[in-house]
Design a binder for this molecule. Structure first.
Ligand code: HEC
Ligand code: HEC
Length: 384
């Protein structure tokens, strides 16, 4: 009995030792996982292994790193009073026609500043065509909306206020509604010196407030800043794959995890019910059909469903789609000579990631969320 026990014990020990030896020497691009952990958490991104970039992307590539300080434009400098006014306006449904819909109805702080819906539901529950993007870190965005049709937050605000399926009003009506609320006067005086309510003042205050909506430090930020135990082995592997074999950094790069460019992922639904021509609607150029702005991946785990049309319900699904090189719709006979037929980006091709590798990339993108479990905004809106 004892000798049988000894043999079993011996076999268990040998199995543990050999498997840990195999695991330790399971090299990824000639690195062990411990070496990758040390390099990536060294605090010096110039020591990281080279990213796997297409030659068109290599020039001007900006590494994924921690977020720099936000810049407020000279034409609309930061002031606390202006941000405070903007915050009240952001949460105030009285900017809308029905006085029922505020910016926060769709950009809900507790839902990652998005709305958790496939597409937005606005005034009188009318549905829009596109998924609501998060506003976290929006101060870093160079253009706004999925098709980049607004160039600044100041310019952007009238969009949702006037959009018939969002707040469904006219800027003049919004200005009048706010002027009529006496409780706003002190906020305008603090921000601008007098109580005059104008469209420009509303837009500037909303923009200033939105530039204050930022992620706190995520697991990723802590890990690359030197806290080496912040990541599991799987997350270390995921970070490395994100920059190398999975090629995600070709588009999701810079501290904002977006190249701020437009790409076609094959989701145009050309000629079908969900058709959305994206950037083409702005530029009229045939090569822009079906291109959408690369979204930030910071906080992305909180902002599903995903993509411009909100048709993707889970991150596994996204990984499976990237792994096969995304969708490449085929032309039907009658589309052979159609010059608008959308072209999926040449930057996407099958990745040959194993199941374990796909899971690692997914585990990594989940580390881009900051820890705040739920943000609650306490605010009393000004009275009439
Ligand atoms: C009915 C829901 C809804 C309301 C209300 C709403 N938004 Fe949005 N928001 C959206 C949708 C949907 C988009 C994407 C539209 C597109 O790309 O065509 C968007 C896009 C944005 C963007 C661009 C984000 C990016 O990544 O490019 C900003 C900024 C923004 N909204 C701010 C606001 C502000 C400020 C208000 C209030 C004045 C507001 N939104 C009200 C649904 C809404
Ligand atoms: C060719 C550029 C490109 C590459 C490479 C790329 N992405 Fe994207 N990604 C985009 C664009 C553009 C969108 C939005 C497309 C749309 O809605 O039609 C997007 C959307 C996403 C979304 C949904 C975000 C949201 O808010 O809806 C996730 C998650 C994502 N990508 C992860 C990845 C991962 C992981 C990789 C690597 C396997 C990767 N991407 C590679 C350009 C790219």
């Amino acid at each position: 009995m004892t000798s049988k026990f000894k043999t079993i014990f011996f076999i268990i020990i040998v199995t543990i030792l050999t498997s840990s030896f195999i695991l330790k020497n399971n090299l990824i691009d000639s690195y062990t996982i411990d070496e990758l952990r040390t390099i990536y958490s060294s605090g010096d991104a110039s020591k990281w292994p080279a990213p796997n970039l297409h030659e068109d992307i290599a020039e001007g590539y900006i590494e994924i790193e921690k977020l720099p300080k936000i810049k407020h434009p000279k034409t609309n400098p930061y002031s606390r009073a202006k941000a405070e006014l903007g915050k009240h306006l952001f949460f105030d449904p009285r900017l809308s026609a029905s006085k029922q819909v505020s910016c926060a109805s769709c950009h809900e702080p507790q839902l990652g500043w998005a709305d958790g819906k496939r597409v937005a539901h606005g005034d009188l529950q009318q549905t829009g065509k596109r998924n609501t993007p998060t506003l976290i870190n929006i101060g870093y965005a160079k253009s706004l909306f999925w098709d980049g049709r607004a160039k600044s937050l100041e310019e952007q605000a009238h969009g949702p206020i006037e959009n018939p399926v969002e707040m469904n009003t006219k800027m003049e009506t919004a200005v009048k509604n706010i002027t009529d609320i006496k409780g706003y006067a002190p906020l305008f005086i603090d921000a601008y010196g007098n109580n005059e309510v104008t469209e420009e003042r509303i837009n500037k205050a909303l923009a200033t407030y939105q530039r204050t909506i930022k992620s706190t430090r995520s697991k990723f930020d802590l890990f690359i800043d030197g806290i080496e135990n912040e990541y599991s082995d799987e997350e270390v592997l995921g970070l490395h794959l994100f920059r190398t074999k999975a090629k995600c950094v070709n588009c999701h790069n810079s501290p904002y995890f977006s190249d701020q460019k437009f790409h076609n992922l094959g989701l145009t639904y050309y000629g079908r019910f969900y058709e959305d021509l994206g950037l083409y609607n702005q530029t009229g150029k045939k090569e822009d059909v079906g291109k959408f702005k690369t979204p930030t991946l910071r906080e992305v785990a909180k902002t599903g469903p995903w993509m411009h049309n909100g048709l993707i319900m889970d991150l596994d699904g996204i990984m499976n789609m990237y792994n096969v090189g995304m969708a490449r719709p085929k032309r039907k006979n009658y589309e052979i000579n159609d010059t608008l037929f959308p072209q999926t980006s040449y930057l996407l091709e099958p990745l040959k990631l194993s199941k374990k590798e796909k899971e690692a990339v997914e585990a990594f993108i989940k580390t881009l969320s900051s820890r705040t479990a739920g943000i609650e905004i306490f605010l009393e809106l000004p009275k009439n």
